[in-house]
Design a protein around this ligand. Structure first.
Ligand SMILES: Nc1ncnc2c1ncn2[C@@H]1O[C@H](COP(=O)(O)OP(=O)(O)O)[C@@H](O)[C@H]1O
Ligand SMILES: [Mg+2]
Length: 368
């Protein structure tokens, strides 16, 4: 069986490596030269919405999936009738626009932060009055890693936020003073079987995922997150892996956003779960039985952003994943996963690795 994957970045690469283990073939569509997944299968180097390339993919593959959520919906609609596309295009449409995403949470009764749509400066002023400050203004489309966002802390920030983001469809949402952030990763197959991974606790820095840990000791929250994830999967008649990001506040969870794909906060599942999110995504889209999602011990993941320091290659503990990408500030280049018997051991290991990796980072500038 051949799986066509739209996008050949690091997520495509990790899908490709899992496919090899399952004996599945993969091929990719990606316009960039030498993308990370190129070693896993042939890459059609064309734009994501190239009709001929999409037609070729539809003809050559048994199923089409995607590794990032900004694939043009119209591109997938072109081939939907000719080949199975998983996850469903409806999931992509909701995930691409923060307004549709929030409306879906509301429809499903999943709690979320108060929000308003913002198309004019007056809308923004009204949102600040009605929702209160601080609030965060976000572009409805194409935001990632905290990009396309502006935090309005005082009335004086309104103009700066408007100047920074005007001209794009926006939403304003209440700033949530969360205790911590979590993500819930679930998978559903075409027969309707659902499996949910143990809850993951995430720390972001500058809007970019920094560390993930799973499981967490919060059974009440895990249950809430699993129920919300299941609702999304079932409502969308979803096939594949989905990741739901939420804010934990006391004994409540507020949904932030979801990704209709494998997710950075689930990378720990490669070493830390009975079946990785990549394998389970492929199993779902290829019509194979899903694998168990239980943890194998306590897992932690540290993202390597901007560079992979030399010390990251010499660690005694932990598994380094190097995506083979050119270093660039703010770019996700790799990650390190640790697993341990106990949460305290996992946390201690992650702390040591973080310190080692940070200390070995080359010092920029001339120094004191
Ligand atoms: N309403 C909010 N309240 C508090 N923190 C927020 C809020 N919205 C976003 N953030 C912070 O910014 C990060 C990135 O925002 P998110 O909405 O997830 O966008 P992205 O698509 O860039 O991941 C979140 O993980 C969280 O740390
Ligand atoms: Mg996010």
């Amino acid at each position: 069986m051949r799986i066509g994957i739209i996008g050949a970045g690091q997520l495509g690469q990790m899908l490709g490596l899992a496919a090899r283990e399952l004996g599945l073939e993969v091929c990719y569509l990606d316009p960039s030269p030498a993308p990370p997944a190129a070693g896993c299968g042939p890459v059609v180097q064309r734009p994501f919405d190239d009709p001929d390339a999409l037609a070729d993919m539809a003809a050559l593959c048994d199923v089409i999936t995607y590794e990032f959520e900004n694939v043009p919906v119209a591109a997938l609609q072109q081939i939907e009738g000719r080949v199975s596309v998983h996850p469903p295009v409806a999931a992509l449409r909701h995930a691409q626009d923060r307004l549709y995403e929030k409306q879906l949470f509301e429809e499903l009764g999943v709690p979320l932060a108060g929000y308003r749509t913002v198309d004019t400066r007056a809308d923004l002023v009204a949102a600040a009055t009605e929702l209160g400050l601080p609030l965060v203004v976000k572009t409805r489309r194409l935001g990632y890693d905290g990009k396309g966002q502006y935090v309005v802390r005082t009335g004086d920030d309104v103009d700066a936020a408007w100047r920074a983001l005007r001209g794009q469809a926006l939403i304003a949402e209440q700033w949530i003073p969360f205790d911590f952030e979590v993500s819930s990763i679930g998978v559903r197959d075409a027969r309707g079987n659902v499996r949910i991974y143990p809850l993951t606790r995430n720390v972001h820095r500058n809007g970019i995922l920094h560390t993930s840990r799973s499981p967490i000791d919060a059974p009440g929250l895990a249950e809430l997150a699993a129920a919300a994830t299941r609702k999304l999967l079932e409502h969308l008649d979803y096939v594949g892996v989905l990741a739901l990001e939420l804010f934990a506040l006391g004994n409540k969870l507020l949904a932030n956003e979801f990704a209709p794909r494998v997710h950075n906060s689930g990378h720990w599942t490669i070493e830390g779960a009975a079946t990785s999110q990549f394998e389970n995504h492929l199993r779902a889209v290829a019509g194979l039985p899903l694998g168990p999602t239980e943890n194998r011990g306590h897992a932690g993941m540290l993202n390597l952003i901007g560079e992979i320091p030399a010390a990251a290659r010499e660690l005694q503990e932990g598994t380094l994943h190097d995506y083979g990408k050119q270093p660039r500030p703010g770019r996700k280049l790799g990650h390190i996963t640790v697993t341990a018997k106990h949460a305290e051991q996992r946390d201690a290991l992650l702390d040591v690795i973080e310190e080692t990796v940070t200390q070995s980072a080359p010092v920029s500038g001339k120094g004191p």
